[in-house]
Design a protein around this ligand. Structure first.
Ligand SMILES: Nc1ncnc2c1ncn2[C@@H]1O[C@H](COP(=O)(O)OP(=O)(O)OP(=O)(O)O)[C@@H](O)[C@H]1O
Length: 586
């Protein structure tokens, strides 16, 4: 555990860590020495030799003063190390998470990371500040006391030495027994935290559906599981704690009996042996105290192991040098991909998108449209085949190259806490105010800004809560415009927006897609009809491809899709296609 902590701290903080450990050991050795010095003091007092007792007492006082100073130093270093740990862990986790593939952040990992960076880090930073002292004391102080006893009376010393493996074996057994349900307790804790967040987020949906009680039932179930796991752990750890206390007590009693027997047999050394009996109490005390820290220590160790696991997860391989990119043509070459092994979501996808053209991706729900965009953004890597931009494999591009080439505009627009201007500027922090405003004008964010009291500096709230869905989308389009990447990945929003937003988004998208290579998961018929090529996905394969008129003429899936969408929107095939599409209605 001491080694694990050193690894997590990294080589640059090894000096701080070693200084702290050295101060801790010195303090505990001095502490043990102070206890041992009680023996000659008491012995001489019992013998009536007050002069000798006073001399020993002076030495004892000096050791106590030095040990007080060592205690102050190790506490200071311990608190400093605790803060250093928290800072280092947050930075290392943050840096590492930024390098992990987006696909890693799935399932309950996001909740687990939340727990790890908050409670987990607090557990670990408490190690040097609060927990190492009693644990090191149990080992170092007790051992120093044993050495002291050995020097004074080897028989009693051997007895104390023999007790150490016994105490260690019982403590280990108790820790293993209590730890067996730790993972369960942690998993139920993560689950309950996830359900609580989900319950809060889903309030509007649940209330809208009149099913608030159902949503709560899931949270209540998760909380029940967590409490049950807590009770199970208590049931397992209480006997273990009892066994620890009992062992320490038994060892102490046995040593007292041995000491008394020796004192009775060896009349000449009675005073010395009586003093040793006092020392035996000091031997048992740190052992008993350390047993109480078992649960907290296990929790911290488990958090440390989980952080180690995250840090050990291989980051997405990144090339060291930028690749040569010749143009903005995109080739998807026989690409296959699955989120889970053995369950392909896309299989044998090939297509070419010439620079400056728009490719619309359509298909039924679950066909793999969003997944194809995720592959193009390199949120996830292909399992087989390759995606090339300007002839260069996407995996050969550095993160900066990819960032400059590709602008994703996805459905779930998340805005950061900050102003509208901050949120747009995120795309290019060095953009001038004029460039920012021009991107805002093209995306028609200026109209939103004009209505708001603080204009561009209006705070959007966490996730952009103070803007409507359509307005958030316009901000995200402005971001992409400011970034000015030649390739745009667009997941059109399916949710209906009001006519004003609809018109604004249509013109914003027209500005964004102008002269760029665009891949769009299209839901609006206007977008599909205007695309240079349309890719119809079905069950992860390309079912049809061609232009709007070619696909309509072939009378396949696309033609059926088009008819169905038109019917849903009260349009009539043949009367306004594609001219009707060009009107912007959908
Ligand atoms: N993160 C994920 N982990 C596991 N499976 C996933 C993940 N994301 C999507 N899938 C699965 O991959 C398949 C394709 O999903 P995808 O979202 O790409 O489809 P889509 O065509 O965009 O659907 P929709 O139109 O409903 O958004 C689905 O079966 C989906 O359940």
């Amino acid at each position: 555990m001491i080694r694990q902590l050193g690894r997590v701290l990294g080589a640059e903080h090894r000096g701080d860590y070693l200084r702290y450990l050295a101060a801790l050991v010195v303090y505990n050795v001095l502490q043990g020495a102070a206890y041992v010095l009680l023996v000659p003091v008491l012995r001489d007092l019992l013998r009536g030799d007050t002069g000798a007792a006073a001399r020993w007492l002076a030495i004892l006082a000096a050791v106590v003063v030095v040990s007080w100073f060592a205690s102050y130093v190790h506490q200071q270093l311990g608190f400093r190390l605790g803060h250093l740990l928290a800072r280092t862990l947050h930075h290392r986790l943050g840096d590492h998470l930024a390098d992990l593939p987006i696909g890693w952040f799935s399932g309950d990992r996001v909740g687990a990371i939340g727990q790890l960076t908050s409670k987990g880090v607090v557990d670990i930073m408490g190690l040097p500040a609060h927990m190492f002292q009693p644990l090191v004391s149990a080992a170092v102080t007790s051992l120093t006391v044993v050495v002291g006893i050995l020097v004074v009376d080897w028989r009693l010393g051997l007895g104390a030495l023999a007790a150490i493996p016994l105490v260690y074996a019982v403590f280990s057994w108790a820790a293993r027994r209590a730890a067996s349900v730790d993972d369960q307790l942690h998993a139920t804790g993560v689950e309950a935290a996830d359900r609580a967040v989900e319950f809060a987020r889903l309030q509007p949906v649940l209330r809208g559906a009149g099913r608030a009680a159902d949503g709560y039932a899931q949270l209540a179930g998760a909380l029940r599981e967590q409490h049950a796991a807590g009770r199970r752990q208590l049931r397992r750890s209480l006997p273990a704690l009892g066994a620890n206390a009992l062992t320490v007590q038994l060892v102490f009693t046995a040593l007292i009996l041995l000491g008394t027997a020796l004192a009775l047999r060896d009349g000449g050394r009675t005073a010395e042996l009586v003093a040793l009996l006092v020392l035996l109490a000091r031997f048992a005390e740190p052992l008993a105290a350390s047993a109480e820290y078992g649960a907290a220590l296990r929790t911290a160790r488990a958090s440390l192991t989980r952080i180690d696991e995250v840090l050990a997860t291989a980051p997405r391989p990144e090339p060291e040098r930028p690749a040569d990119v010749g143009g903005h043509r995109v080739d998807v070459d026989d690409v296959s991909f699955g989120y889970d092994p053995g369950r392909p979501v896309l299989a044998g996808i090939s297509l070419t998108a010439e620079a400056g053209t728009t490719t619309a991706i359509v298909g039924s729900s679950g066909a793999g449209k969003t997944t194809l965009l995720s592959l193009l953004a390199r949120f996830v890597d292909v399992d087989a085949g390759a995606i090339r931009v300007g002839g260069a494999d996407l995996r050969a591009l550095t993160a900066e190259q990819r960032g400059a080439l590709v602008a994703p505009v996805f459905q779930d627009v998340y805005l950061f806490e900050g102003s509208i201007a901050d949120n747009i500027r995120l795309a290019r922090p060095d953009a001038t105010d004029a460039e920012l405003r021009e991107a805002g004008r093209l995306a028609r964010v200026d109209e939103i800004v004009d209505r708001l009291p603080d204009g561009w500096e209006t705070q959007v709230g966490e996730g952009g809560a103070s803007l409507s869905g359509g307005e958030r989308q316009r901000v995200s389009i402005a971001r992409a415009l400011l970034k000015d990447a030649p390739i745009v990945l667009l997941d059109e929003a399916t949710a209906a927006v009001d006519p004003e937003n609809e018109a604004a988004i249509t013109s914003a998208l027209a500005a964004l897609t102008l002269a760029r290579t665009v891949f769009v998961v299209a839901h609006r018929l206007t977008t599909v009809a205007h695309a240079d090529q349309i890719l119809v996905l079905d069950g992860g394969r390309v079912a049809e491809r061609g232009t709007h008129s070619e696909l309509l003429a072939s009378g396949g899936r696309y033609a059926a899709f088009w008819r169905q969408r038109q019917r849903a929107q009260g349009w009539h095939l043949g009367t306004r296609v594609p001219a009707g599409a060009a009107t912007g209605g959908d």
